[in-house]
Design a protein around this ligand. Structure first.
Ligand code: TXA
Ligand code: MG
Length: 341
């Protein structure tokens, strides 16, 4: 077996923290049943204790072991059947065996069953659930490659298992199954409509583009995933508003490659600027997969400002827009107002 996997398993069994790939983003991982191990995650990440972690399990049987799911068994069955293993996290009442530090003292626990082969192999080998937030310093861009993790947490964690670039590139969708009507608490890789179709019930959608501080989801801050470089969003299909007298170094990111779009590239607003794109074709899955990686690369490239086109707010675009709004919130009073509604 791969020696890094063996080392990661040993480290987890002895109460340490490692970085593992998942299909959404890389996770900073520890034994969820060991409070001391979980504390190390908060310390390394600089994460406040009122921001609960997700419990990662191997299958439905593990979900049953760690949550009081019975009253919601029908919903659980349908979600597990349709989306697990995969990027949907469910919130259920917790069992006492889960330390309070995992759930920030909440009576509920967020549970997810990842699809990445390496993560699953390690879950089987350790045979305990793993607590894991995204493997970025608190508030910074989420990592979708091992290299992105090395750049930020490389000195703080000694085992980073490289599982390639994440398939999805955006965090899981978080769904509260305990409310009378099921609620999407965080938009993610799977849309509210897909959840609603699977459980055959209405679902309260996370409202498009509106970032609220939801008391049932304390970690959902309006500023998150932030670059250090100033990030300014512009309308989908539009052009950035770059003042002609501005002499700094500017990067412009479009959703798709402005191929043959002489107008785009040579439009007076972007002329002479460095132009990038998340996707060749504008495919939303590709935008999601490339988004955090490109943002972090440009953040390290010495730009004074990064302008970024908003996505179409539809399907996966809701989650992409959510991440970009939060990432840019601290730089714009207008976006701040929007984000605080
Ligand atoms: O895709 C993902 O979900 C990734 C990978 C690593 O699995 N994980 C991830 O974790 O995004 P993190 O810590 O960055 O976000 C977890 C969020 C918390 O900030 C909080 O909003 C929500 O999950 N959460 C956790 N427990 C909760 C609970 N009991 N009730 C409501 N929300 C909860
Ligand atoms: Mg995170």
């Amino acid at each position: 077996m791969d020696s890094t996997i063996v080392a990661a398993v040993e480290k987890l069994k002895s109460g340490g923290v490692v970085v593992l790939p998942t299909e959404t983003v890389y996770g900073l991982v520890a034994n969820a049943l060991n409070g001391d191990a979980v504390e190390k995650i908060f310390k390394i990440k600089g994460r406040p204790h009122n921001d609960p972690l997700i419990l990662h399990v191997l299958n439905k049987e593990w979900l049953q072991r760690f949550s009081e799911y019975e009253a919601y068994a029908d919903r659980v069955d349908k979600i597990v059947e349709k989306f697990w293993p995969g990027p949907v996290t469910v919130v259920l009442p917790k069992k006492d065996i889960i330390p309070d530090c995992v759930t920030s003292g909440l009576p509920t626990v967020a549970i997810r069953c990842p699809r990445h082969e390496i993560f699953r192999k390690i879950l089987k080998l350790v045979n305990f659930p793993l607590a894991a937030p995204s493997a970025n310093p608190f508030g910074y861009v989420s990592p979708t490659s091992a290299n992105q993790v090395r750049q930020t947490l490389g000195n703080l964690v000694d085992i980073i298992v490289d599982g390639g670039k994440c398939d999805v590139g955006l965090e899981s969708t978080i769904v509260d199954l305990t409310s009378e009507t099921v609620k999407v608490l965080r938009p993610g890789a799977v849309t509210a409509q897909e959840i609603s179709d699977a459980i055959d019930e209405p679902v309260i959608d996370y409202s498009s583009g509106v970032v609220s501080v939801n008391p049932k989801c304390p970690g959902q801050l309006k500023q998150h995933y932030c670059t250090n470089t100033k990030l300014v969003l512009f309308e989908h299909g539009g052009q950035p508003d770059i003042l002609t007298e501005f002499n700094g170094k500017v990067a412009v990111i479009f959703n798709k490659r402005p191929l043959d779009c002489a107008d785009d590239i040579s439009g007076e607003n972007v002329q002479g600027k460095d132009v990038f794109w998340f996707s060749e074709t504008g495919d939303r899955y590709e935008i999601a997969r490339n988004m955090f990686g490109l943002l972090q690369n440009l953040d390290n490239a010495g730009y004074d400002v990064i302008f970024c086109e908003k996505p179409e707010i539809h399907g996966l675009g809701v989650a992409i827009n959510d991440r970009l709004l939060r990432a840019s919130a601290k730089f714009s009073s207008k976006q701040n107002e929007q984000a605080s509604i």
